[in-house]
Design a protein around this ligand. Structure first.
Ligand code: IMP
Length: 202
């Protein structure tokens, strides 16, 4: 099951894993009323992903996968990263968080707007009997202005130079083909595929 209370992230993860394993039904925490939403108290993405996967696997007694992601901006060291969700205050709408970032980077050329999304995924066996952590990142540049309505979070200001658009300008399948989450879930899929016999449900 996919351990997230973030609906858009849940759809991304279910879509990516669903393409890879069409015979497996991927549930999310929404299918488990009363599932706890643990505090993300870790100092690292790996710790937070582990906290979420562990909690879900203990509650559901099923294999559980959780991710923790963040945006790192070279010109704003330490300000987002593992705290990306809380930047400017957890309740601040994303268009305002993005406006704050664009304001801070105002006047900087593309060569000084380097950034990357990092994504860590923890895969927990039922009742957290074993935990495996995977990671991937995606390099980009903070755009001069937001663009696009796809994806979620900071996607509208994450410019992909080689594609000439932002992450939010991509269709879901295009995003998954190049994103940090698509890449790390491919590694998770490879791990599951190598371990689980064809047709079995993890
Ligand atoms: P968390 O993993 O839910 O804690 O996410 C951390 C922050 O990064 C949140 O504010 C997310 O909206 C943002 N974020 C995570 N993944 C993505 C992504 O794929 N695109 C844009 N923003 C993201």
């Amino acid at each position: 099951m996919i351990a997230t209370h973030n609906a858009k992230k849940g759809v991304e993860m279910a879509t990516i894993l669903g393409h890879r394993f069409p015979d497996i039904e991927f549930k999310t925490l929404a299918d488990y009323p009363g599932a706890p939403e643990p505090e993300e108290t870790g100092d690292t993405y790996a710790e937070n992903a582990t906290i979420k996967a562990q909690s879900a696997s203990v509650f559901t007694h099923e294999w559980s996968v959780a991710d923790d992601a963040g945006l790192e901006i070279d010109a704003m060291p330490g300000l987002l990263g593992v705290h990306s969700k809380r930047f400017g205050g957890e309740e601040l709408p994303f268009y305002e968080k993005m406006a704050m970032i664009l304001q801070q980077l105002h006047g900087l050329p593309d060569s000084e707007r380097g950034a990357r999304f990092k994504c860590f995924v923890a895969l927990a066996a039922p009742d957290a009997q074993e935990i495996h952590v995977f990671s991937a990142e995606r390099e980009g540049v903070i755009a001069q202005a937001p663009s696009g309505s796809g994806g979620f979070g900071y996607d509208p200001i994450f410019w992909l130079p080689e594609m000439g658009c932002t992450m939010a300008d991509l269709t879901p399948d295009q995003k998954h083909a190049v994103s940090h989450r698509g890449k790390v879930l491919k590694a998770v899929g490879d791990w599951i595929g190598a371990r689980v016999p064809e047709g079995a449900t993890p």
